[in-house]
Write a protein that binds this ligand. Structure first.
Ligand SMILES: Nc1ncnc2c1ncn2[C@@H]1O[C@H](COP(=O)(O)OP(=O)(O)O)[C@@H](O)[C@H]1O
Ligand SMILES: [Mg+2]
Length: 283
């Protein structure tokens, strides 16, 4: 039988390093991720989301409630290319712990930094196949499940070469009001044009995941997201009025076509994940 993780733990503690500090797995815009050990004798990852600057307690409650509703959906998802959610727990005021499977490996953005170079086409093909398989699985579920925050720092590669999507954009709409603008700029580069509408309400769709995936393909080949040279506040107008930047010189025609289908401005003309899986680049 496949070893399984038990989400029914009741107590846990942080694992510490030689200096007695919590073992840090990574830092993102949302919070810090540490190693934790449960009373089911399993080692897991725990993300501590701080809701600082949340002036209104009601807003925090609302965010956490929404987050919890989503986590119960995510808990039911079992896929080899998607991190397994275990549970979430609220500690103290305005702090949320999200427990997931512990992944041994690095995010694609860390890997590029560590090897000091982008990925070659063979790697992009391998990763893209696995990412599209995971997204297609999510998008085919009922109700449709979206990732909402696809980018290289949210895509991990295990030491064995298995892709794992992490960091679902849970209740991002609610959290967005509390997050620092610094983190908001980070994700701006991956947002589809249709997400900037007049009333400011963000409605994600499977096609906005595909757009972000296309931007991640660019990032795998350039080590920077599309339009990285522009200030973040210039991005919305840029992508609503211009085509997306080309992939670097030397990229094959097949990969250019694949990327082009992901970043079509008009969502209806943009490829769905099922179509991407059939694309010649992935064969
Ligand atoms: N389950 C995990 N196992 C191992 N490392 C992880 C795990 N989850 C996150 N990390 C590391 O922590 C970093 C930040 O985590 P992430 O969930 O993306 O947080 P944020 O919402 O703050 O961006 C990731 O880029 C990755 O390096
Ligand atoms: Mg992240």
């Amino acid at each position: 039988a496949r070893p399984s993780l038990d989400p029914a733990f009741s107590s846990w503690h942080f694992l510490l390093d030689g200096d007695g500090n919590k073992q840090l797995l990574g830092v993102g815009g949302f919070g810090k991720v540490y190693k934790a050990f449960t009373d089911k004798r399993q080692t897991v990852a725990v993300k501590i989301v701080r809701l600082e600057g949340a002036s209104s307690a009601r807003l925090v409650d609302e965010a956490i409630e929404k987050e919890n509703a989503e986590i119960s959906v995510l808990k039911a998802i079992r896929h080899p290319n998607i991190v397994q959610f275990l549970k979430s727990e609220r500690i103290k005021k305005g702090k949320l712990c999200i427990f997931t499977e512990l992944i041994s490996g690095h995010s694609l953005s860390e890997l590029m930094q560590l090897q000091r170079r982008p990925f070659d086409e063979a790697a992009v093909r391998d990763f893209s196949k696995q990412i599209c398989t995971a997204l297609n699985f999510l998008h085919s579920r009922s109700p449709v499940t979206l990732h909402r925050d696809i980018k290289c720092s949210n895509i991990m590669l295990t030491n064995e070469g298995l892709i794992k999507l992490i960091d679902f954009g849970l209740a991002k709409e609610v959290f967005a009001t509390m997050r620092s603008t610094k983190t908001e700029c980070g994700t701006t580069y991956f947002k589809a044009p249709e997400l900037y509408n007049e009333d400011g309400r963000i409605v994600y769709s499977p096609k906005s995941d595909v757009w972000a995936f296309g931007c991640s393909v660019f990032e795998m080949l350039e080590m920077q997201p599309p339009n990285w040279q522009l200030e973040w506040y210039r991005i919305p107008l840029r992508i609503q009025r211009h085509d997306m930047p080309q992939l670097p010189a030397g990229t094959s025609a097949l990969l250019r076509d694949f990327y082009g289908r992901c970043v079509k401005r008009e969502p209806r003309r943009r490829a769905a994940t099922a179509e991407l899986l059939e694309h010649e680049f992935l064969q």
